[in-house]
Design a protein around this ligand. Structure first.
Ligand SMILES: Cc1ncc(COP(=O)(O)O)c(C=O)c1O
Ligand SMILES: [Zn+2]
Length: 434
């Protein structure tokens, strides 16, 4: 049985039944939290029962999700998540830390974290009989929806800004979505999507606006805790742990890290993570909710600005950053994203484009992880926080890497420099190597 009870508005705390609303609070437009029956989950599910799951994907957590059927075995819908959590001793030592992990969500089927949200939204669309699904996207959410919709044999319509990196647009097209590039910003594409969904009766996946996106994203919090339980077990001392079941770990409790760093655009990833950790805490499966650190680009810092002002009122900015995935004028999940930091003792930090490029290079050279700018921003954030003493040397820290570097090779070349061209002769090679 599904534990899905209904929704609670994140602004006015009004509660709605499962079928009373579809997107946001009718009273004030606030984003809705999905309400789950944690009592029944506690009675019927445990870390030990999840450990027995044969699913190496987000669907091992199906009993904690508001959908009943992932749909379509053997397709990308079923292979999302359970991405590796690497212990990074080199970067830890560079930063004066001892317990640093990187969670590489660039390893998802369409190469970004957004697969988690789109898989759950598509499962929901199937349950409610929605046919066409539309989303606005800076690129990754659209690629994820296009991929998941292709797997489920459902039409998808994607509106992205015309400035989206070509690799992301290519993905949208290859997955067979109806792709429309908007001569405007992501925010304008977002508003146009809402109008189109209403006018044409389509189901809208828009980040934050659709309550099921955060439900997909919270699975990364579950994975971090389950996988950390494996990596913290002394018998498992390998550096690269590709988890394959938490054998040897405590059957009752999972380990939460002390802090998690994640980049923030609309703010739905960080609010999804917050919900996931809170649920595990309320279930008694982890001893504490980690401090959540939201990292924004200085050129797109609406939530960080509100954090710095100590205010819950988020003012739009004019976004301008090379980290296209977090380039957002008005974050659509800003309030919950802000509270993810303020309610956990975390913080918001901003990083420059130059720091993001340095982070891409550091991740590549020191750990062979290839991240797109928005993902590397989270690493630039821990560099800053470690330098400022905002985390302790013994803290267990997870950096969430949300998208693959193959998504934006132009930025990668900016980070790494161009390769030299020579004539095919040994002397020419010697000259260049000297
Ligand atoms: C790679 C990557 N990182 C981070 C984010 C930020 O997520 P959110 O907009 O939910 O804050 C996105 C969103 O598109 C993304 O694609
Ligand atoms: Zn409300």
């Amino acid at each position: 049985m599904s534990p899905f009870l209904g929704y609670t508005c994140s602004v006015c705390r009004r509660e709605y039944g499962r079928d009373a609303v579809v997107y946001t609070c009718p009273e004030d437009g606030g984003n809705l939290d999905v309400r789950l029956d944690l009592e029944s989950i506690r009675r019927s599910v445990s870390p030990a029962s999840i450990r027995e799951s044969a699913e190496d994907s987000i669907w091992r957590y199906l009993p904690l999700l508001p959908v009943v059927d992932p749909g379509h075995d053997g397709t990308p819908l079923k292979s999302v998540g359970w991405t590796p959590l690497f212990r990074s001793r080199r970067l830890a030592s560079d930063l004066g830390l001892s317990r640093l992990w990187l969670k590489d969500d660039g390893r998802n089927p369409t190469a970004s974290f957004k697969d988690r949200a789109s898989a759950v939204v598509v499962a929901r669309a199937q349950e409610i009989g929605a046919k066409v699904i539309i989303t606005a996207s800076t690129g990754n959410a659209g690629a994820a929806l296009a991929g998941m919709a292709a797997a489920a044999d459902r039409p998808a319509v994607i509106l992205a800004p015309k400035t989206a990196p070509p690799a992301k647009v290519a993905q949208l097209l290859v997955f067979g979505a109806r792709v429309v590039l908007v001569d405007g910003t992501y925010d304008q594409a977002f508003d146009l999507t809402l109008e189109a969904a209403q006018a044409f009766g389509w189901y809208c996946r828009n980040t934050g606006y659709n309550p099921f996106t955060a439900e997909g994203k919270k699975t990364a919090a579950y994975e971090i805790c389950e996988q950390l339980t494996v990596t913290e077990t002394p018998a498992v001392g390998a550096k690269h742990i590709v988890p394959s079941g938490a054998r040897g770990a405590s059957p009752l409790q999972w380990s939460a890290p002390d802090a998690v760093f994640v980049s923030v655009g609309d703010g739905n990833i960080i609010s999804g993570l917050h919900k996931g950790f809170r649920e595990l805490y309320e279930l008694g499966w982890i001893a504490q909710v980690p401090r959540l650190f939201g990292i924004q680009s200085t050129g797109s810092a609406a939530v960080a600005n509100a954090f710095a002002r100590g205010s819950e009122s988020i003012e739009p900015v004019r976004a301008d950053t090379l980290a296209d995935s977090i380039s957002v004028d008005m974050p659509r999940d800003g309030l919950r994203a802000l509270r993810a930091a303020t309610q956990t003792g975390g913080a918001y930090l901003t990083v420059t484009d130059a720091e993001i490029l340095e982070a891409i290079a550091a991740l590549g050279r020191r750990e062979a992880v290839f991240s797109e700018p928005a993902a590397a921003a989270a690493y630039a954030g821990i560099v800053k926080a470690a330098g400022a003493g905002m985390v302790g040397p013994e803290d267990g820290i997870v950096v969430m890497l949300t998208g693959s570097g193959l998504k934006d090779t132009r930025a990668a070349m900016q980070a790494a420099g161009e390769a030299k061209i020579i004539e095919p002769r040994l002397e020419a090679l010697q000259r260049i190597l000297a």
